[in-house]
Design a protein around this ligand. Structure first.
Ligand code: FES
Length: 138
């Protein structure tokens, strides 16, 4: 059985570290530190990866339900293929139903302020200078 102690108030601890990544080591009393499991956690929401620096033009069917990928890991951009379950468990797709048939530009960078639609955020420096996410099989 694994026993560990967590500092009294996690909110105070999170504030002290300015809400950035924190890590700690869990140790069983008789195990050397090098063999103890390492745990990392964050109080910040997960960040999406950037699969495209341009929006996707899509034809939507009115009344049909769509799931827009918010994590960037989907291979069916701009839509969800379930990849977030393994690669970004803290993120979920944005589900929406258009009222009528329409031709729209859906965000490909995942940083729009008007999801799922492109709002031009992809033209900002932090997206332009970012590295595109490459899909892998793992
Ligand atoms: S592609 Fe994301 S805001 Fe345009």
């Amino acid at each position: 059985m694994l026993k560990f102690a967590v500092p009294g108030n996690m909110n105070t601890l999170a504030t002290r570290f300015d809400l950035k990544w924190m890590s700690f080591t869990l140790r069983q009393p008789r195990l050397p530190a090098a063999t103890a499991p390492r745990v990392q956690f964050s109080s910040l929401p997960p960040e999406p990866v950037i699969p495209s620096k341009k929006p996707f033009k899509v034809e939507l069917v009115g009344g049909k339900r769509y799931s827009w990928c918010t994590c960037g890991h989907s291979r069916k951009q701009p839509f969800c293929d379930g990849a977030h379950k393994l690669k970004a468990p803290g993120l979920s797709p944005l589900r929406f139903v258009p009222e009528k048939d329409s031709s729209v530009w859906l965000c490909g960078c995942k940083y729009t302020n008007n999801p799922p639609h492109c709002d031009g955020t992809h033209k900002q420096d932090f997206i332009v200078s970012a590295t595109l996410h490459e899909q892998t099989d793992s």
